[in-house]
Design a protein around this ligand. Sequence first.
Ligand code: HXC
Length: 510
Amino acid sequence: MNDILAELETRRAAARLGGGQARIDAQHARGKLTARERIELLLDEGSFEEFDMFVTHRGTEFGIDADRPAGDGVVTGWGTVNGRLTYVFSQDFTVFGGSLSETHAQKICKIMDMALRNGAPVVGINDSGGARIQEGVSSLAGYAEVFQRNVLASGVIPQISLVMGPCAGGAVYSPAMTDFILMVKDTSYMFVTGPEVVRTVTNEVVTAEELGGALTHTRKSSVADAAFENDVEAIAEARRLLDFLPLSNRTPVPTRPFFDDPARVETSLDTLIPENANTPYDMRELVAKVADEGDFYEIQAEFAKNILTGFIRLEGSTVGVVANQPTVLAGCLDIDASRKAARFVRFCDAFSIPILTLVDVPGFLPGVTQEYGGIIKHGAKLLFAYAEATVPKVTVITRKAYGGAYDVMASKHLRGDVNYAWPTAEIAVMGAKGAVEILYRAERGDADALAQRTRDYEDRFANPFVAAERGFIDEVIQPRSTRRRVARAFAMLRGKQLQNPWKKHDNIPL
Ligand code: HXC
């Protein structure tokens, strides 16, 4: 009996070594943790239950049958993150470069199927040379099985990808279909074709880091949501992100004890808006002053900085925040901002996360580049996302809400539940100067007359009261009491029920 027990331990120890100590050392030398070390950091101590530790590949070509390491290059199982169930797979670069074989894919699929059935998030840790070259089409089939599950799980359970090494070729499409991608600077990259192919085909010379590194994908392409200095930081942030998310679309948003008075008054907000309507101010200050303990988990902080997206808590419960940022492009909506915010709004709606929208928007960004780039279609994404969302929606207009952008930003007309404005709000078709130039073209040469016209327009429209008179704004509130008003509004909306007409699915302008 003792021999049998000992053999189990021997086999386990061999499996835990993956591709062997030399390759583990090489992994460490690159500043990367191993697949198992990453799981240990991600999950609560001692909570990991591993599956399929002894699975081996079934490949026979190119001599690979001589080497059948236990686990086949991916560590899978489940555990808890701050006590909440989480499934995980972590590719082991020390085993055939973490490449994906038929059986490696089956292990991932098993985890995904369980996560879907049992309603809990999947965290995928990617560190792989892609399709197992020795397996050919069996490996491609394995990828497609994973892709199919990514799609079926989308909107049902949160899916988070940590990219912590190579992720190239078609392999990028699995993370791409998950909800959030977190990358590590200098050690991770994602691209459809690598620098060599790029040089051959287009004559462009780039490094892997330039082509598909963490900074490229968080600043330029927006493929990834955040970039971190090392594995440890990225994993800690993944844990923090999971804390905000519900386990599935069948469970409510998590709540946790809070120690911040929901009625906290912030007198400093009364002077947040500068005297001059064209002077920017940092919308993050408002977000932080509304949030429990000032905690704001920003999503895509480095991309389309003219709009902020992320999670806060109010009275301990998760709320998604979308906010125009006047310090960048005056807070205009452009293609990038519309896409960024639309995807975030849809994530929140899919997982019943209420949405707080903070508005200071002078309109859509004008220009040839924007029009040729399809701002019409991309702007429509955000409009569409807000209009279809059935979660509680609370909106606060702090300053400008001009033109179509007023409509888009969770206005009353798109089923905003509670729409507040600060006394400094200006709700109109456009700013005073532009309006007067169009309405009084004939008086163009007369500066005094135009100045008077501008003052008249401002008196009439540069305030929230015209909208309030029509009930489009439910109440004009004191800036200092924003946290209390917003928290109470969401509390009032906790029982909200609203359903869209039955359809197979909508046809959002992609
Ligand atoms: C089998 C692989 C492998 C792969 C790496 N290895 N990639 N084995 N299939 N795809 C093995 C290597 O043979 C090596 O084994 C070990 O993993 C480490 O690889 P190195 O090359 O030594 O490491 P490094 O120098 O860090 O380079 C990493 C790499 C490189 C950039 C990922 O290995 C590479 O270019 N691999 C091929 C990538 C690729 O073209 N994959 C197919 C992409 S197409 P030993 O025994 O020496 O340790 C694809 C299609 C997906 O993935 C389609 C989905 C629809």
